[in-house]
Design a protein around this ligand. Structure first.
Ligand SMILES: [Fe+2]
Length: 412
């Protein structure tokens, strides 16, 4: 295991902590009530970058007035932008990236690669393009022991997002850097937020999810850097949409190709039609099988945020989606589990993987996330599955032959 950095104690920042606490107290009543002093390793990183924390921590955006405002916010600046995926420029062999690394280790057969001996802040544009391609192919790529200034994380995200990074309409961000979101449970306290028995109380779309699945243009490359993590908990898991698609039989692949899904946001907003009624999610249509624009592989764009199939009755839709969700959530050989250490990074292609945190932690877990924009989801009927395109052994097998099975004397 990588060495664990020892963070400076909060006592090193006594005056600053007092200033943050005072500023936070003045913000009482914020909708999340999630202001607190960040952990020492985060303070150290922010101070080295000259970030002013004396106005309180974290910074929250203005909450959208209703679901229409939230939808407009999620779409801002996106219409008419023709995204150029940096992976499309990359050397397929990724020589510049791999030659600079000390080690490149695939963590499982089908998803997840760790790169050892590289600092993300030092990558050339050529290496960044090659990293994008590696992420697009492997789903998620990991780095430990990063010296990553906040602005360097934003800069990398801008490169991967062809100049565009999503700002969040609800979640907190680093003061002065609204493109640098904060993943920190302390900032979203709830009455059951520390429950091990009910890790996602009342929120069925949490757990396994795809970030911004209900946006018309979903996020692509997504980079989470964790400065502070518990030593024994709080892992993140990713599930490969490419391999989930390849898990389907030839018959089911044909059936699911070209279906349109209805996706919901995990967060709900005021309904402008019924302001006093229950809040409603953002809803968006997208292909259930997406084609990645660079790898050209099909991926199963499925989590519980996919709440309906267009053209199907709810009972039918619920039945079929339950199976697809089960493949994504419960097939361990298409998943990777990452144990964080302080100052580690994970960069995933949010178009081709689902992810979830393992909600077994009760200590501080604090990081910053950049969500680079990508392309509008599309399905190309000419595209192939990953197993088919690469001719991978073990994937391109015929459907189970029930008749032959029984004639050979095997039991069902
Ligand atoms: Fe997420």
């Amino acid at each position: 295991m990588a060495p664990v950095a020892t963070p400076a104690p909060l006592e090193d920042y006594t005056d600053l902590v007092a200033a943050i606490s005072e500023a936070n107290a003045a913000k009482k009543g914020n909708y999340y009530a999630g202001h607190a002093v960040p952990p020492p390793n985060a303070i150290k990183r922010y101070l080295a970058a000259g970030i002013d924390l004396t106005q309180g921590y974290p910074a929250f955006p203005e909450l959208p007035a209703d679901v229409e405002a939230a939808t407009a916010f999620e779409n801002q600046g996106r219409e008419g932008h023709a995204y150029v995926d940096p992976a499309g420029r990359a050397d397929p062999e990724k020589k510049a990236l791999f030659a600079a690394a000390r080690e490149v280790n695939n963590l499982t057969k089908h998803i997840g690669t760790e790169i050892v001996g590289l600092q993300l802040k030092d990558l050339t544009n050529q290496q960044r393009d090659e990293l994008a391609l590696l992420v697009a192919e492997r789903g998620v790529v990991f780095f430990r022991d990063q010296d990553l200034p906040p602005q360097a994380q934003v800069d990398l995200g801008l490169h991967l997002g062809d100049g565009q990074i999503k700002t969040d309409s609800v979640l907190p961000h680093v003061p002065g850097l609204d493109r640098l979101g904060i993943i920190w449970d302390t900032s979203r306290p709830g009455p059951n937020s520390r429950s091990f028995r009910l890790p996602w109380p009342g929120i069925p779309a949490h757990g396994w999810h795809i970030d911004t699945a209900a946006d018309p243009i979903t996020n692509g490359y997504t980079h989470l850097f964790q400065d502070t993590v518990p030593s024994d908990s709080g892992d993140t898991l990713w599930s490969s949409g490419y391999a989930a698609y390849d898990k389907l039989s030839p018959g089911l692949k044909k059936w699911v190709d070209g279906l349109t899904g209805i996706y919901r946001s995990t967060i709900t907003f005021k309904n402008p039609e019924r302001p006093d009624g229950p809040p409603i999610p953002i809803l968006e249509r997208a292909p259930v099988v997406r084609t990645h624009p660079v790898t050209k592989w099909k991926t199963l764009f499925v989590t519980r945020q996919l709440v309906g199939l267009e053209g199907f009755d709810k009972k039918e839709s619920d039945h079929f989606l339950k199976y697809l969700v089960d493949v994504v959530e419960n097939t361990v050989d298409i998943q990777v589990r990452w144990h964080w250490t302080p100052n580690a990074s994970a960069i995933w292609d949010n178009r081709v993987v689902a992810h979830t945190v393992s909600r077994d932690f009760d200590g501080e877990r604090h990081g910053t996330r950049v969500q680079s924009y990508s392309d509008r989801p599309f399905f190309d009927p000419e595209s192939k599955s990953r197993g088919e395109a690469l001719g991978l052994p073990g994937w391109n097998v015929p459907a189970f032959d029930t008749e032959a099975h029984l004639r050979a004397g095997f039991q069902l």
